[in-house]
Write a protein that binds this ligand. Structure first.
Ligand code: C2E
Ligand code: SIN
Ligand code: SIN
Ligand code: FE
Length: 384
């Protein structure tokens, strides 16, 4: 490629980049998209994007580790990245390990060997630093001043897209947090480990939905709406809800109303998410064969979201201790779910549950009591 072709090629890449990044509003996806594009454009092995968190003065970056993701955090001023964020000046380092500022800890965590680094600040339209863009290991030769110029240009294109996505996430995250707190309030009386139960329901339901091939938006709605399934229990008297024994028939009739109360609390909501939550609250005790409550709905009369949450709810209720019963062995609970296929549960949901059972066990084993269903909070694992 001659020089003119090379420039034209780069210009084309930049235009494509600008077009791509303005469309994505999901922050994590946007960051992944940017990183991938930047790696290509600068022929580097890796691009990391660190964002500055004002409340802690730390820079964070999400990295893939094993099957999951983890968050790396760097204090402002520390390491290469921290220095670029502090000073606002780019750094071009040809041999990372001989640079005294370089912190090899991240390499250790992500199992990577950094050779060269080009890092530039990520500035918003007002000129404030919102993070750092870092590319690692130029595939051939060293990063030069042209690369530096291109990275600065890319970073200014990326910054506004990132800020938009952040704004979008703050709004929906605070909404989700409100919803989640509401759900905890509803259940804290009868379950001391409410947070764990709700996280289980949320993750099991999302796993099942994914395995059934539902589209992502629907999966996310189920993930965030499912913790509200029992919100109607706020309206059930302590004498019934907390009774450490089997309920009388009359008491159970009263108990069943938690589905109606839940639907009442959540219905007429504007948001799509709360509409899904309403369907789940109303119908999570309906049974596939039409013997459930409150409306004895059958088969596909029961909303799919409710058929999914029903399996997740019963499985986890069986595995957890309750005031009225001890916990079951997961294997026994699994057998119960299978036994109830086509009776209590939609067989297709049960099949999906069986397919992802190993992942369910993984979730159940996760001990972290700080884990919540709120995105961004569950991954606050600090590496150093
Ligand atoms: P929950 O404790 O969250 O249980 C949810 C669902 O899991 C139950 O819905 C039931 O389908 C299943 N489940 C839980 N434990 C068992 C069990 O030991 N055996 C079997 N076969 N299934 C079980 P269900 O039955 O409609 O109950 C709804 C809610 O009513 C329960 O939510 C719980 O809060 C309350 N409840 C049900 N039975 C009793 C009871 O005997 N005593 C008390 N205090 N509360 C009860
Ligand atoms: C550092 O900021 O010192 C680490 C750079 C990196 O490997 O990401
Ligand atoms: C009941 O028959 O009271 C409900 C079954 C149970 O949750 O144990
Ligand atoms: Fe319920």
């Amino acid at each position: 490629m001659n020089r003119a072709e090379e420039l034209e090629n780069r210009l084309g890449q930049l235009v494509k980049f600008g077009g791509l990044v303005t469309k994505e509003t999901n922050l994590n996806k946007l960051l992944e998209l940017i990183a991938k594009q930047v790696e290509e454009i600068l022929t580097a092995e890796r691009c990391s994007i660190f964002l500055l968190e004002a409340s802690t003065n730390e820079l964070w970056s999400e990295v893939a580790r094993g099957i999951g993701h983890t968050e790396i955090r760097v204090p402002l001023g520390s390491g290469i990245v921290g220095q670029v964020a502090l000073t606002g000046n780019p750094l071009n380092i040809s041999d990372a390990y001989s640079n005294e500022k370089f912190n090899p800890e991240i390499d250790r965590i992500i199992r990577f060997k950094t050779r060269s680094i080009l890092a530039v600040p990520l500035k918003n339209v007002n000129g404030n630093i919102i993070g750092v863009f870092e590319v690692l290991n130029k595939k051939q030769g060293q990063f030069n001043s042209e690369d530096e110029g291109i990275l600065q240009l890319l970073s200014s294109l990326a910054a506004s897209a990132i800020e938009n996505a952040q704004l979008y996430e703050t709004i929906s995250q605070s909404q989700l947090e409100t919803i989640y707190r509401l759900a905890i309030t509803a259940e804290y009386r009868d379950q001391h480990d409410t947070a764990i139960h709700l996280r289980h329901i949320s993750e099991y339901s999302a796993l099942i939905a994914t395995s059934m091939g539902l589209e992502e938006k629907q999966v996310e709605n189920i993930r965030y709406a499912s913790p509200l399934h029992d919100i109607g229990k706020v309206a059930i008297a302590d004498a019934i809800l907390l009774k450490p024994a089997k309920l009388t028939a009359e008491e159970f009739e009263e108990m069943k109303k938690h589905t109606l109360y839940g639907a009442k609390i959540l219905c007429n909501a504007q948001s799509n998410l709360l509409q899904v939550a309403c369907k789940i609250a109303a119908s999570h005790h309906e049974k596939f064969d039409g013997t459930g409550y409150p409306n004895k709905l059958k088969y596909t009369q029961i909303p799919l979201e409710a058929r999914i949450v029903s399996v997740a709810d019963v499985f986890d209720a069986l595995c957890m201790p309750r005031v009225y019963k001890p916990s079951w062995d997961p294997e026994k609970a699994r057998e119960y779910i299978v036994q109830e296929s086509s009776k209590s549960f939609d067989p297709e949901v049960v099949n999906a549950f069986i397919r992802i059972y190993p992942q369910i066990m993984e979730v159940q084993k996760q001990p972290d009591p700080r884990s919540t269903i709120i995105p961004g909070i569950h991954k606050n694992l600090k590496s150093y």
